[in-house]
Design a protein around this ligand. Structure first.
Ligand code: HEM
Length: 526
């Protein structure tokens, strides 16, 4: 959705190149008439009306009027049309929800009905046709994979057991930053590589190939994940005009399939390597070699002959979900948090005082310190309030017609929960544009979407299952970067908090920062 305005201008370019000057106005008048008749007849058959919304043009709907900063445009539209409004893109109906009360109807009262995703063509292309957890509709496969995700992948036990992977990688990052003292560092890059290496260790850490290749796979994944996020953020004519989908006019589907091919090659190699090495050992030897990694768990689930058994494609889709959903989100959050902290010196000082008090000047951060870092935790929450990584969560779609706020939300439409607007609404937050972590010290909010004034990880049955890991990783990486180093902007750089809209809300300019040594004892960096 990021550059829907570019679609708008694309449309105008096509239309203005029409040489026959009379055809356009006459067709427009006829189509507008038909559109009007259809709209009136469909809202006067006794059911609740559709939500209010702007007038649309025939065929293209509201497409030409969408701006580049869609999240800000939706706030303005909510001022004009109210807490729930609709617009058409092509023939597709979109509904935007802008208040906690109405979000509650979607994610609590009618959660089961609203648990479909209505995946885009790009999303289907990268997820083996929606065979994953993120983009699958609410069906028995999704429920089975969801259970595996919660009970096997990110269970409390598993997240605890993988603490050594996190410690190793965070220490390596610290060493890496120390070797670049006084030089300019791309914060996103270090956050991504730390997160990706932790995840690959958790996933297939016992694979001999991964041991041999070290961080190479993580580096390749970084490029692929960046490509996927970029393609997912592009508006796609094939989604808006399904009859044109076979043409794949912007080559989005083709490019996405190319990314999937690259990923599939990595995953196939790693899975086959594991199956082969398993068959060369006795069953007992597999278990005794050390801690079982997630790949081993998935392969054992595949070998089971019962209803919870999974197929090899589903294993690959799970690996993909963990790598894509787990890296880009956390990296984006860490970059925003560092940018806010560097702009607010008093907040940086207070976080570092807390770290000195809890960790001490002669130690480095350990995971056992994390639950005590309340001010840093509040700072992360405040960052997620002002810069929710997924500004509209992920789209939901009702499996049947239903009523929200007195308006019909038809089966199959795309529903955006506008968390970006709710998090900045003065009706729910005092001085909403002020960056003030204090508000999360005095009021307790969690990441489970219990209070729908604040739900950056979503809510209800499609709540992000990555919360336990994300919480640990973001706190651990940030605490280590801020305890071991002081940070300043490169000379001549100004603070910049402008954003660029996409499926994830990123900083317009990447954050570059210069570290300096903070702990006296140099051996703490080794
Ligand atoms: C700062 C970090 C993260 C943020 C802000 C975030 C946010 C979200 C949001 C908003 C959703 C949609 C929820 C909904 O529809 O109600 C989601 C879904 C999901 N997230 Fe995360 N996430 C993060 C980290 C992670 C991590 C680390 C993982 C896994 C390793 C992960 C895995 C998933 C999965 C599998 C889903 C799909 C759940 C479903 O549709 O059933 N996320 N996330």
């Amino acid at each position: 959705m990021a550059q829907l305005n570019s679609l708008g201008s694309w449309w105008w370019e096509v239309m203005s190149s029409n040489k026959n000057e009379l055809t356009l106005p006459i067709s427009a008048i006829i189509l507008t008439g038909l559109w009007y008749i259809w709209t009136v007849s469909s809202s006067s058959n006794g059911r609740s009306p559709l939500p209010p919304g702007p007038c649309s043009l025939p065929i293209v709907g509201y497409l030409p009027f969408l701006s580049r900063d869609l999240h800000k445009q939706f706030v303005n539209m909510a001022h004009s049309y109210g807490p729930i409004f609709k617009f058409h893109l092509g023939s597709k109906l979109h509904v935007v929800i802008n208040t906690p009360d109405l979000a509650k109807v979607v994610v609590r009262e009618q959660d089961e009905i609203f648990a479909n995703r209505n995946a885009t063509i790009a999303a289907l292309a990268i997820t083996y046709g929606g065979q994953d957890v993120v983009m699958s509709d609410n069906n028995s496969d999704w429920r089975n994979l969801g259970k595996i995700f919660v009970h096997e992948v990110l269970s409390h036990k598993n997240v605890e057991a993988s603490r050594y992977f996190r410690r190793d990688e965070v220490r390596k990052t610290s060493r890496n930053v120390y070797s670049k003292i006084g030089k300019t560092i791309d914060i996103c890059e270090i956050a991504f590589s730390t997160e990706a290496k932790v995840l690959t260790s958790m996933l297939w850490g016992n694979t001999s190939e991964e041991k041999a290749n070290g961080g190479q796979i993580a580096a390749e994944l970084q490029i692929i994940v960046a490509n996927i996020v970029e393609l997912m953020s592009k508006p796609n004519m094939s989604d808006i005009f399904p009859s044109l989908a076979w043409l794949d006019l912007q080559c989005i589907e083709r490019n996405m399939k190319r990314q999937l091919d690259r990923l599939d090659r990595i995953f196939t190699r790693i899975i086959h390597d594991r199956i082969e090495s398993n068959s060369n050992k006795s069953k007992d030897a597999v278990g005794h070699e050390g801690k079982k990694d997630l790949l081993q768990t998935f392969i054992e689930l595949m070998d089971q002959k019962n209803p919870t058994s999974i197929k090899i494609t589903q294993i690959k889709a799970l690996l993909l979900n963990i790598m894509v959903a787990g890296t880009d989100t956390t990296t984006t959050l860490i970059e925003w948090t560092m940018a806010e902290i560097m702009q607010n010196h008093d907040i940086m000082k207070r976080i570092q005082e807390e770290l000195l008090q809890i960790v001490g000047p002669n130690k480095i951060v350990e995971e056992s310190h994390l639950p005590k870092l309340q001010y840093l935790d509040a700072t992360i929450k405040e960052t997620l309030r002002l810069h929710p990584v997924l500004p509209f969560i992920l789209p939901r779609s009702p499996s049947q017609d239903c009523v929200v706020g007195g308006y019909t939300t038809p089966k199959g439409c795309t529903v955006f929960l506008n968390v970006w607007a709710i998090h900045r609404d003065p009706r729910y937050w005092d001085n909403p544009l002020e960056f003030n972590p204090e508000r999360f010290l005095t009021n307790k909010y969690d990441f489970k979407g219990t209070n729908l004034n604040f739900f950056p990880f979503g809510s209800g049955r499609r709540l992000c299952p990555g919360v336990p890991l994300a919480e640990k990783m973001q706190l651990y990486i940030l605490a280590s970067l801020l305890h071991s180093f002081d940070w300043s902007l490169p000379e001549g750089e100004d603070h910049d908090l402008s954003e660029t809209f996409g499926i994830t809300l990123k900083k317009r300019k990447p954050l570059f920062a210069v570290p300096s040594q903070r702990l006296r004892n140099a051996s703490l960096y080794m």
